[in-house]
Write a protein that binds this ligand. Structure first.
Ligand code: GLN
Length: 486
């Protein structure tokens, strides 16, 4: 068991550094000490893949000079961790794959640059399922990350390492990526906050593409305030990503004082099936009751096409992945293995460089895009996606401001429990893939525990309404207090 004391939040660290009460170098050193502590021993959490303590310390030491800057850098001296599919200078970017082992990007992701500009120090790249394909972090080429409360269990995935780094008290903020739930699901499993912004809210420049029409960078925070600070720092239009939107970015932290009076919360019945663990349902009911006590109206709604989301997602995402991953051919990046001629080199590199889940997705994706099956699978899945988008549009235009659901159907499962049956693994994403298909913002917040393991509640909002979503998250967090971790 790793029980960190009470680690400081991002605002507390930044304030201490700003006032000179704490050196940025000390903040970074404390993060490395905690990282060593949670990685020690045979059941080490394996959250971080690549670190360079000397470089991070050097980056921290020059921050002293930024204390007098106006406006104050909001994350001054705050140590952060980035998922290993986000390009950073100096540290490797391997996507948890052998095919990119040792690869160092020649350029930096916009989100990494924005965090540094806000005064944060990137201390490590975090473990993940290979190319972000998975829900447990077991498909990393560098070994699984482990759950911080029970190392025999998974922390969730694909951004497992980032979630563990926050939950185990190494950093207050970490970045992950979301294609179908890879931030919200591990956040729920690890008992922390995880946000997936609206598609287009955050630049994807420098995020290694998995399924480009679904991918977004997401943020983990130990608290709603940490997640709000992190998302605020990375949001906004970027000329290097034409799908990033030019929409004003509010200060999400200010959502803290927004009242719940008159807010209408929809509870979609499809997310509370008969089979749902009654203890998870009870935690959701408690969170909804808290919102009601604060003045919100709670009403049942329907998102009728929810059961089509998993099949549609697992056609669209692999289809896009099969195209995006074609670039890893042994010529341009990372690994190259010799074979018979050019084709042999491709074959050797790709069959040895990619792990089993990535291989499965590439084969699946290639199949559904092939001439004979395109209409039956890919086009059909796109039609289903349009219906799911329509479901959300109808609910949100009927006066519902936000939706509330469980984040996952179960808490964290044991390592090895679902690796032999891909469909069992895919079913984990049943409550999360819908937001990615629709492009809407969604987040997971801790709402209680089942058998000692954290359970997450999910909030979803209309496009670009992250502020409203955060206001409800702050309200639930405040109302539940310690109950959210019991
Ligand atoms: N678990 C889902 C998948 O395997 C989602 C992954 C993600 O969001 N990156 O595709």
């Amino acid at each position: 068991m790793t029980a960190p004391g009470v680690p400081l939040g991002a605002a507390a660290i930044a304030n201490a550094v700003m006032k000179g009460a704490r050196g940025p170098v000390d903040a970074v050193e404390a993060a490395f000490n905690q990282a060593d502590a949670v990685n020690a021993g045979p059941s080490g959490l394996n959250a971080l893949l690549w670190t360079d303590e000397a470089a991070a310390t050097q980056a921290a030491s020059i921050l002293e000079a930024r204390r007098d800057e106006a406006p104050a850098p909001g994350l001054l001296g705050v140590p952060v961790v980035l998922k290993d599919n986000i390009a950073t200078l100096e540290l490797p970017t391997t996507c948890g794959s052998r095919i990119l082992e040792g690869y160092v990007s020649p350029y930096e992701a916009t989100v990494a640059r924005r965090l540094r500009e806000a005064g944060a120090v990137i201390i490590a790249k975090a473990n993940m399922d290979e190319f972000a394909m998975g829900s447990s972090n077991e498909f990393s080429a560098y070994g699984p990350a482990r759950h911080p409360l029970d190392p025999s269990r998974v922390p969730g995935g694909s951004s497992g390492g980032s979630a563990v780094a926050v939950a185990a008290g190494v950093v207050p903020i970490a970045l992950g990526s979301e294609t179908g739930g890879s931030v919200r699901q591990p956040a729920a499993f690890c008992g922390i906050v995880g946000v997936k912004p609206t598609y287009g809210r955050v630049s994807r420049y420098g995020l290694v593409a998995f399924a480009s029409s679904l991918d977004q960078v997401g943020v983990f925070g130990r608290s709603v305030a940490d997640a709000a600070a992190g998302l605020g720092a990375i949001s906004g239009h970027d000329r290097f990503d034409s799908t990033s939107a030019d929409v004003t970015v509010p200060d999400y932290r200010a959502a803290y004082s927004r009242s719940m009076n008159g807010v209408v919360i929809g509870v979609p019945r499809e997310y509370f099936p008969e089979s749902l663990d009654p203890r998870i349902r009870a935690h959701c009911d408690r969170a909804l009751e808290a919102l009601r006590e604060l003045g919100a109206t709670v009403k049942e709604v329907s998102l009728a096409r929810t059961d089509l989301a998993i099949p549609a997602y697992y056609i669209i995402a692999p289809a896009e992945a099969s195209s995006n991953l074609a670039r890893f051919d042994g010529v341009r990046y990372g690994l190259r293995l010799q074979g018979d001629g050019l084709r042999g080199m491709y074959e050797a590199t790709r069959s040895r460089g990619f792990g089993p889940e990535v291989t499965r997705r590439i084969i699946l994706g290639t199949y559904v895009l092939s001439a004979g099956y395109y209409d039956a699978y890919y086009r059909q899945a796109q039609r289903v996606r349009a219906l799911i988008v329509q479901d959300f549009a109808e609910v949100f235009s009927s006066g519902v401001n936000l939706l509330f659901t469980p984040t996952t159907p179960t808490p964290a499962f044991p390592i090895g429990a679902k690796t032999s049956d891909p469909y069992e693994m895919y079913l984990n994403d049943i409550f999360t893939v819908t937001a990615n298909l629709a492009g809407i913002p969604a987040m997971s917040i801790p709402i209680g525990r089942v058998d000692g393991l954290p359970v997450g509640g999910q909030l979803m909002a209309p496009h670009f309404q992250e502020f409203e979503m955060f206001s409800a998250a702050f309200a639930v967090e405040r109302a539940l207090g310690e109950e959210a971790h019991r």
